[in-house]
Design a protein around this ligand. Structure first.
Ligand SMILES: Cc1ncc(COP(=O)(O)O)c(C=O)c1O
Length: 291
């Protein structure tokens, strides 16, 4: 990796310290923007089509006029510019804002070009012995808006929930709305009941992650039962296992929730099997082998 990272801004690759966005950018003023974060294994963006399909859906939901057609090239360009084209694990972040205009809530009357920004960073998979110890989570009320299926950059409710986890000295927050354990602040939440991998159904109340869909597919391929249903927070006491999944999280086992052990309080066999499979699939640059 070179000393100063190279970012992408509106068609150019520039050193991070030279990338400037005007103060009237609506991403800055309103969080009027969508983003994507895609993992790359061995320099190969993983499931990029799915990430870009989600980005397109988000742009359409916000009515931002931007074609994601140039995105694969930007992803590869960012990895190459930063010497990450053969890194074992990295991620690429891209963000598209509505653009720059004098402040006013409604869209600018005259359309302005969107601001397109991106960066690539190395990512770290925890050492296996750390992973095997498991991680802890706390439940936190979900104070987000009603369209969290759109990956918008306005993330202050997620920030506060993650800080509540940090204040509690744990790694993850389980967001709870109407008594249901929905997802994490930047990852999806899963519990295992009687061997079935259970997670909230896709709706406007979760950001249904690409990793989530991949984990569900791999579970099915491995013959592990899958159950997409809302999980009442009290039911977590009966869970045999729990874990989070997401782009930088990968699959992170949760052995304690709100100070109580999950199941035996140790990483369980279903989580371990899914993780072993995930590691095997992604260590080859992310090419999915037949199960
Ligand atoms: C709220 C939330 N849920 C879930 C996810 C996981 O999505 P993915 O697996 O596509 O990274 C994210 C990713 O940033 C997220 O922000």
């Amino acid at each position: 990796m070179k000393n100063e990272s190279i970012v992408y801004l509106n068609g150019e690759y520039v050193p991070k310290s030279e990338a400037m966005v005007p103060v009237e950018d609506r991403g800055f003023l309103f969080g009027d923007a969508v983003y994507e974060a895609t993992p790359a294994y061995g320099g190969e963006p993983f499931l990029l089509d799915r990430h870009l399909a989600r980005l397109s859906r988000g742009l359409a939901a916000l009515r931002i006029d931007y074609d994601v057609g140039e995105m694969p090239e930007i992803h590869r360009g960012l990895l190459a510019e930063n010497g990450l084209d053969d890194a074992p694990f990295a991620f690429v972040y891209v963000q598209v804002t509505r653009g720059v205009a004098p402040r006013g809530h409604a869209f600018p009357r005259e359309p302005v070009p969107p601001t397109v920004f991106g960066f690539a960073n190395p990512a770290v998979r925890p050492p296996r012995n750390r992973w095997e110890e498991g991680y802890a989570a706390v439940t936190v009320p979900d104070r987000r808006w009603g369209r969290v299926d759109v990956k918008v950059t306005s993330l202050v409710a997620n920030v506060l929930a993650q800080q509540a986890a940090a204040d509690a000295g744990v790694e993850d927050a389980i967001l709870v709305r109407d008594g249901m354990a929905l997802e994490g602040t930047h990852n999806n939440f899963f519990a295992v009941f009687d061997g079935a991998v259970t997670t909230s159904p896709a709706s406007n109340y979760i950001l249904y992650g690409i990793t989530r869909s991949f984990v569900l597919e791999r579970a099915a391929a491995l013959g592990i039962p899958v159950d997409e249903r809302a999980i009442p927070v009290e039911e977590l006491r009966e869970a045999d296992e729990a874990f989070f999944a997401g782009t930088t999280t990968e699959i992170r086992p949760t052995v304690q929730v709100d100070g109580r052990p999950v199941g035996t309080g140790r990483v369980g066999p279903v989580t371990r099997r899914l993780y072993d499979d995930f590691v095997a699939v992604t260590s080859g640059g992310g090419t999915v082998a037949a199960a």
